[in-house]
Design a protein around this ligand. Sequence first.
Ligand code: ACO
Ligand code: ZN
Length: 162
Amino acid sequence: METSYTIRKFVPNDLQAIMQVNRVCLPENYTDFFFIDLHQRYPETFILAEENSKYLGYIMCRIEIGLSNLGLGGLTRKGHIVSIAVMPQARRKGVAQAVINQALEGMKYYKAKQAFLEVRVTNEPAISLYKKLDFEISRTINGYYSDGEDAYVMTKKLDPKP
Ligand code: ACO
Ligand code: ZN
């Protein structure tokens, strides 16, 4: 299949355009400081897709240390997908899969052993996407979102780099 978009790391010059993609696609929005701080700390997991210098989508993540929800024992490094979105006109072309796969490689670079995220329990496109990438629902957080909706926590084990 023909894919014409480019996957690359975020640079600070992309900030306003990526904040606009976030505002168009999601009700969860953030300050410019929040985006820049995640980029400064975890540049390998802040990835975007573009086509003919138009922005199609992004993913941004952070690395956290906490209890494994996969029976990995004790404290583990986990890659947290904080936000991912693809512009409406660019959907179902594999853009989300491509940016997630690149971010998962970045998480492995940071020595994370698993990846996780929260997703609205009614967000069927996103839940289907994560299931396709072998994330599994590990629990529900009641009232996680500011409008009261519940979240699933979805988790995936990361195989170490060969
Ligand atoms: N319905 C059913 N399955 C879907 C859908 C859908 N609408 N969209 C994606 N999928 C599944 C399919 O299995 C698809 O494979 P296929 O096209 O071969 O059938 C697979 O996911 C891969 O899809 P992509 O093309 O890579 O996904 P896309 O680039 O369209 O982006 C996304 C998916 C990010 C969920 C997009 O719809 C979006 O931006 N939605 C609004 C923002 C959002 O909900 N973000 C996630 C919030 S949770 C968080 O950020 C942690
Ligand atoms: Zn989160």
